[in-house]
Design a protein around this ligand. Structure first.
Ligand code: ATP
Ligand code: MG
Length: 556
């Protein structure tokens, strides 16, 4: 049996029951993004849930653009949304819709409400409407225009559509209950006048329907069976049901709410993400530090790792903040199994092996994965001059430092043992080169079986590929940036470190593949194809282990 996309939860229980009771014989869900920004990790939860549930029940999932607010919407956003959903591994097939596809139908439904005496045109100013709606402690006050006749309302609504009134001078409101305990039911505005060019309908309309009126009817028009949304819409459900119950439409989708995904140290709000872009804090929506799907893609997150993370988080009604460590650990586990190993030196230090012949080059074999033979082996050139990591040499090392210091022997990964004879310094007193010797008998261990505790990675100088490496840290240094008065103040100034002089073993850049590599002993990296200077750029996807755990280990 193939594994389910969505682990059993309270929503799948509702669906099981509806199928068992013959309320439905199939499942139709939808993912309804507003094209006003790029998708983020929070949206991944909704995508995996809606598309995942549909796939598990052999149903369909629609992609529906919720495009009722032309002011903030753009084609660029709509295109990015489609790209990101496909990348994440889902497909709406022929079921791509827009709320704007239904503008004409929605207008007719609004007229139905008017004809039933359930909607009226209100001339109050937006401020008066807000004031008269009251709040938790104060009941609403009826509008002086609430009792207009059906005929007058119809005529005014037609005139609104025809463009007879200025923006904001009139609205259409549902006539429900100004004393309702639920403020959403206090005669919500369902149409407003707004002269704005729309990405799909152009200048056809100067009135636009509001979200609460549009969403439920779009669901019903499409025959959605289960309309899954986040908890903030719970209080809107009575309105969702009221609208559908009061127009002539033969379908009543069930709205079910689940909790949003929040991840610590990140922002999951398009509006705030947009602020980061606008302020130039990041290099666009797809900056590798962004929690957008396009940022995670550029950073090197495989979509399967994101899907696995979402599976682990599960679906419930409980509000929570998932630790960033959970996301990163899921990624590490995935990459540990799937990433080929190579050697990359991030901060190079030159090593001359004095007793190795000048012109000689040997091809040594290295396994591409320490636990999985199916990854095969590759040939790695070895020669007299190599580079090692600066941090693998220490001048005054204690006995617990098992790497290079004068007089100490280490193993070179996939190669020989070398002994550090002498460090050469520049005038500033910095070590710029090590002089070493090697034991020609030491490939794969030595005859005398002597133990060498440290193994370090290296790259042959003559064969090294110069690359730029970009290391990333969290974009925010506060676990809940969105809870702060100004989340911009929590931006981590050290979230990007550029290492312009890194070196990679030969052959990797040329492969031009779409693979995440483990640079052994360093981290996971992926080539950044969207941004290239004279050298290939490699983004750090994630460190090998949590940096706290790493620091603890170093100090052992
Ligand atoms: P944002 O606050 O980032 O603008 P939104 O909810 O306004 O988010 P939409 O484009 O309306 O963005 O979202 C499309 C769908 O994704 C909605 O059904 C919404 O409930 C869901 N969604 C958005 N953010 C999250 C999240 N953090 N966790 C789960 N689902 C989410
Ligand atoms: Mg929204």
């Amino acid at each position: 049996m193939t594994e389910k996309n969505v682990v059993e939860n309270f929503i799948t229980h509702v669906i099981d029951e509806d199928l068992a009771n013959n309320k439905h014989d199939h499942v139709v869900t939808r993912f309804p993004p507003e094209p006003n920004g790029y998708l983020h990790i929070g949206h991944a939860k909704s995508i995996c849930l809606n598309f995942g549930v549909a796939a598990d029940y052999k149903g369909t999932c629609h992609l529906r653009f919720d495009d009722t607010n032309p002011e903030k919407e753009s084609r660029e956003y709509a295109e990015s949304i489609q790209r990101d959903i496909k990348w994440l591994g889902f497909d709406w097939q022929e079921n791509k819709f827009h709320a704007s596809d239904y503008f004409e139908q929605l207008y007719d439904y609004a007229e139905q409400l008017i004809n039933k005496g359930l909607a009226y045109v209100d001339d109050q100013t937006p401020e008066e409407i807000r004031e008269n709606r009251g709040d938790f402690n104060r009941l609403g006050v009826d509008s002086p225009y609430r009792n207009r006749s059906v005929a007058e309302n119809l005529e005014l609504f037609k005139a609104m559509r025809a463009g007879d009134f200025a923006d904001g001078t009139k609205v259409l409101r549902a006539k429900i209950d100004m004393q309702s305990g639920n403020i959403n039911m206090r005669d919500p505005v369902i149409y407003r006048i707004k002269r704005m060019h729309h990405i799909n309908t152009g200048d056809t309309w100067c009135i636009y329907p509001m979200y609460d009126f549009t969403h439920c009817l779009s669901d019903a028009i499409e025959g959605i069976t289960h309309s899954l949304c986040t908890l903030e819409f719970e209080d809107h459900r009575p309105l969702y049901d009221w609208v559908i119950d009061n127009v002539d439409i033969g379908c009543h989708p069930q709205q079910i709410e689940f909790s949003r995904l929040n991840v610590s140290y990140t922002i999951t709000s398009k509006r705030r993400l947009n602020q980061l872009v606008e302020a130039g804090v990041v290099d666009g929506w797809n900056d590798p530090r962004m929690s957008t799907l396009s940022g995670l893609r550029r950073r090197g997150y495989p979509p399967a790792a994101i899907r696995e993370f979402i599976r682990q988080v599960g679906v419930s009604k409980k509000e929570s903040v998932i630790s960033m460590t959970v996301l990163e650990d899921t990624l590490r586990n995935y990459l540990n199994k799937t990433a080929p190993r190579v050697m990359g030196v991030l901060r190079p230090l030159k090593v001359v092996i004095e007793n190795y012949p000048e012109e000689q080059v040997e091809m040594l074999s290295g396994a591409n994965h320490p636990q999985d033979e199916t990854f095969g082996c590759r040939e790695i050139p070895f020669s007299r001059v190599i580079y090692v990591e600066q941090a693998d040499y220490k001048e005054n090392a204690n006995r617990k430092f098992f790497r290079l210091t004068e007089g100490r022997e280490v193993r070179l990964r996939h190669a020989y043992y070398i002994t550090c004879q002498k460090a050469i310094k520049n005038q500033a007193g910095e070590v710029i080169e090590l002089r070493c010797t090697y034991d020609p008998e030491s490939r794969g261990g030595t005859a005398d079986g002597r133990k060498v505790k440290g193994t370090i990675h290296w790259i042959s100088a003559a064969h090294a590929e110069p690359v730029e490496v970009r290391l990333y840290d969290r974009l925010f240094n506060h676990p809940k940036p969105a809870s702060l008065e100004s989340f911009m103040d929590a931006v981590n100034p050290d979230s990007l470190e550029i290492l312009p002089n890194a070196l990679l073993e030969p052959g990797i850049c040329k492969l031009d593949d779409d693979i995440v590599y483990q640079f052994e002993r360093n981290a996971y990296f992926k080539r950044d194809k969207t941004h290239e200077t004279d050298k290939p750029i490699y983004n750090q996807v994630v460190t090998m282990r949590d940096s706290w755990a790493k620091m603890e280990q170093e100090s052992e």
